[in-house]
Design a protein around this ligand. Sequence first.
Ligand SMILES: C[S@@+](CC[C@H](N)C(=O)[O-])C[C@H]1O[C@@H](n2cnc3c(N)ncnc32)[C@H](O)[C@@H]1O
Length: 317
Amino acid sequence: MAESDLPAHPFVKWAGGKSQLLGEFQRCYPEELRTGVIRRYVEPFIGSGAVMFDVLRRFPLDHVVIIDQNDRLMQVYRVIQTSVEHLVDVLASMQAQFWALDDEARRTFYYTVRDDFNQHRGTAVDQAADFIFLNRTCFNGLFRVNRRNEFNVPMGRYRKPLICDAENLRYVHEALQPVTIVTGDYHEAAVYAGPDTFVYLDPPYRPLSATASFTAYSADAFNDDNQRELAQFVRWLDEQGARVMLSNSDPHNVDPNDDFFDELYDGFVLTRLPARRSINSRSDRRGVINELVVTNYPPAAEIRSSPTTATSFVTSS
Ligand SMILES: C[S@@+](CC[C@H](N)C(=O)[O-])C[C@H]1O[C@@H](n2cnc3c(N)ncnc32)[C@H](O)[C@@H]1O
């Protein structure tokens, strides 16, 4: 695949989405992507795929693999890859219907779609359309499920939500052509990792505080033991010769003495990048906080010398 200018970007809003951080992240990509030595990209916690779309846009790659345990999301990727025009037709019709309704009728429409989605009614294309519709019209664009794995977010209040972004869906379709789409646990990435591979991992955030409101990944609960197990996997990827980059919330944002990740990734490079994410719903406590990026290679020189980023290098043991 030649380097292209495809403007494909995430087709859903996703908790922990990285669109806001791409400018900072670009400086953390391995040099071998630029030189063309690395031609394979693997992303095992793909979510909305902000980083994948960015990497696809910038670098010539031969093979791209995306993995996520959310089977409903991965099904949408597959539908866009194979049947985008059919999907666009269904979404365009849903958008026209929804926009024409008054508030009460919109509620009925929304909860009917939600029920259809939870009951797996219709074809794969119908269910993908339902997924995108719900993401565009639900409260806050969250994907949240209950214990029975049912999507349970209430309706949001948007006057004219863009339900059918046909142009972007077509770009995404094109971008996804060389992509292998895997539903499953992140360990599936092992099959694809080698010396010519860049693996980017963005697991569910480690909560910054017990009450942090954005930790509500109910079905994705990822506790400290999961983070430790993931670190073992990252070490294994490193041993295979892959270039590895992992991001998470920085515990130093709330407790400068919390060295959880510094200890877990001893021997790797830890870079602290300014993120725009707020850590508190009270506006008086909002502010720029750092995102932690772990790599098994040095980041670009400009980051190391940047006065605005706190970068710490952990020396190899
Ligand atoms: C922080 S989000 C990734 C966000 C993504 N970087 C983006 O820009 O949208 C974490 C993702 O990991 C997935 N996930 C959670 N546990 C997983 C596991 N054990 N294996 C694979 N995927 C998992 C969730 O479904 C979720 O999509």
